[in-house]
Design a protein around this ligand. Sequence first.
Ligand SMILES: [Zn+2]
Length: 379
Amino acid sequence: MSSARKPLIPALILAGLAPVAACAQDRQPTIPPPSIVEYRPRSTLVVPEHEVPRARFPVVDLHGHPGNLTSAGTIERVVAAMDELNVQVMVQAMPSSGERLRRQIAAVREAGYEDRFVFFADLNLRNVGPGSGQRIAAQLEEDVRAGAVGIGEIQKGFGLTTRKADGTRLQLDDPELDVVWETAGRLGIPVFIHTGDPAEFFEPLDFENERWLEMALFPNRQFNDRSRFPTFDDLMAERDRLIAKHPDVTWVLAHMGWHTQDLGRLGEIFDRHPNVHAEVGAILYDLGRQPRFARAFFERYSDRILFGKDSFRPEEYPYYWRVFETADEYFDYYRDYHAFWKLYGMDLPDDVLRALYYGNALRIIPNMPTEGFPDRGAS
Ligand SMILES: [Zn+2]
């Protein structure tokens, strides 16, 4: 931390990284300014606050990463947290296949919680070459027979780092995989896919980058090396071609397709493809800084957006409930490196909340448990 105590701005100007007029009215601080890590202004704003420890309606968490659900202890611990939060069903989206899938399904059944978890299947996308598509599709059929009700979460490596057998990057719309998506369409199971990461991760790491801190903290989130990674737009175009090629598949874009900084772009995808849905995990910082536009978007596309949390930290779910359910203003977000701004509540109407929390999930995922939902899933 010692370097953070030195005056930064003159050095940065010398390095050409900061604009010369870095401060208001061309003034420079007369004392050394704090670093981005040090500066933690305490809000003096006093406004009504409504904590929401428990969701207003029962929730399906489409993006569950609760760890491997094979021990009774883990299952009990996860269910206890779900009960507190009003999460009725969790999708195990840490995908598994074959024996690992069957063991988890059996353990949950044995623990008496088969109405609280459903399982999505994994696709082995490593070293794809001629014949891989048929092999992956056959494994998928077997996993669905074993009880899987979806595919995913397909990890972001697909499109970014996953290589084919010939060493080239496996493109999202590689024709070898067509048979896999056709199989998913025929089986009527959703495909939950994470493509890319926030657009800023693909941009130069300069002092105008909104995600500077996160990219500096996690160098493996920098995808701005053009010799190694496609651009954000090229990657999304690849994904959009995949979607267009398979209109019979129910696609669910994890993290709202990383289009939350430009919801209109996601709206265009929704308008063009009635089979596309989106999930809200880990992008709350973007919804919470545009509560009015985001609310209008959620109202317009209420049949397309599903709740999902991603990392399983029970104490973080209430931030989602608060943004979705209240009109609170200027409150803290749980992860400072995602966003240096505060959140505002979207104050969603009950019918939109129901669709987001469970209605859409019960509609697009086959064989969902309906026990515990107020209208047993009719939406
Ligand atoms: Zn995930």
